[in-house]
Design a protein around this ligand. Structure first.
Ligand code: DGL
Length: 259
């Protein structure tokens, strides 16, 4: 079982930001990445839909023999991970907005969070936020339209800049000193966000923490691949493989798959 691949899925290509962290920390592991770009964005869909899509992705990865599944999508994690954990026999790693470290570190008692509607309206998010950030002014912003632009390859576009400017304004006005990225697509916006935010604002995402947790859970289950060679990686998308490839290094092959 320990030579089987790690499965990773997202509503699209954003979870490749998580794949990169996992690959850095666990270079000998094989991976299979599934980008459900044809159904992106998940954010505005209701919980039932998000759950059904998460089940479809999970069952595909299990058919491929994955030993552990990383739900590299905040929206799918906050809406579906409990169900997935109770239903399937492999360990699941999820990703949630890093509201806890931001609330612990803020000096101005003001943090911004940019995430999808599906994440911000989930029960899991309100629980985490209530538990760790009730003493802090949390400025929530739905990143409407951001995933769509990233999925169509427009990370550095004027449209993107204009949307972000509007979303950041209330946060800057509230003097945030931390911005939490609550969507795995958003790390690709860090260069633009850094340009638009005051210098002292720290941007936090959960990618590295997910990779560390993946390693810990593999260890705990005796599932670490002991190979000393570099892992093999398969990237599948039901969207545009070229756009996905542009986020990865040039040697990665991305296949179109109608799943
Ligand atoms: N990458 C997904 C997330 O982390 C994007 C969700 C969407 O498709 O709206 O939430």
């Amino acid at each position: 079982m320990n030579t089987q691949p790690i499965g990773i899925f997202d509503s699209g290509i954003g979870g490749t930001s998580i794949w990169k962290e996992i690959h850095n920390l666990l270079p000998n592991e094989d991976t299979i990445y599934l980008a459900d770009s044809a159904n992106a964005p998940y954010g505005p869909k209701g919980r039932e839909n998000i759950l059904a899509l998460s089940i479809k992705n999970t069952e595909y990865l299990l058919k491929k023999g994955c030993k552990l599944i990383v739900v590299a999508c905040n929206t799918a994690t906050t809406n579906a991970i409990d169900y997935l954990r109770h239903t399937y026999p492999v360990p699941f790693i999820g990703i949630e907005p890093a509201i806890k470290p931001a609330a612990l570190q803020t000096k101005h008692h003001a943090v911004g969070i940019l995430a999808t509607k599906g994440t911000l309206s989930s029960a899991l998010f309100s629980k985490t936020s209530g538990e760790f950030a009730s003493h802090v002014n949390v400025i929530e912003q739905v990143g409407e339209g951001l995933v769509e632009l990233i999925e169509s390859g427009k990370v550095q576009s004027e449209d993107m800049r204009n949307l972000l400017k509007g979303y950041l304004k209330p946060m800057i006005d509230a003097h945030i000193d931390h911005l939490v990225l609550g969507c795995t697509h958003y790390p690709y916006l860090i260069p633009l966000l850094t340009e638009l935010l005051p210098k002292h604002v720290k941007i936090i995402d959960s990618g590295e923490a997910v990779a560390r947790q993946t390693k810990a859970i593999l260890n705990q289950h005796g599932l670490i691949n002991k190979a000393t060679t570099n892992g093999k990686h398969h990237f599948f998308t039901n969207g545009n493989p070229d756009i996905m490839k542009s986020l990865l290094n040039s040697t990665s092959t991305v296949e179109f798959l109608d799943f």
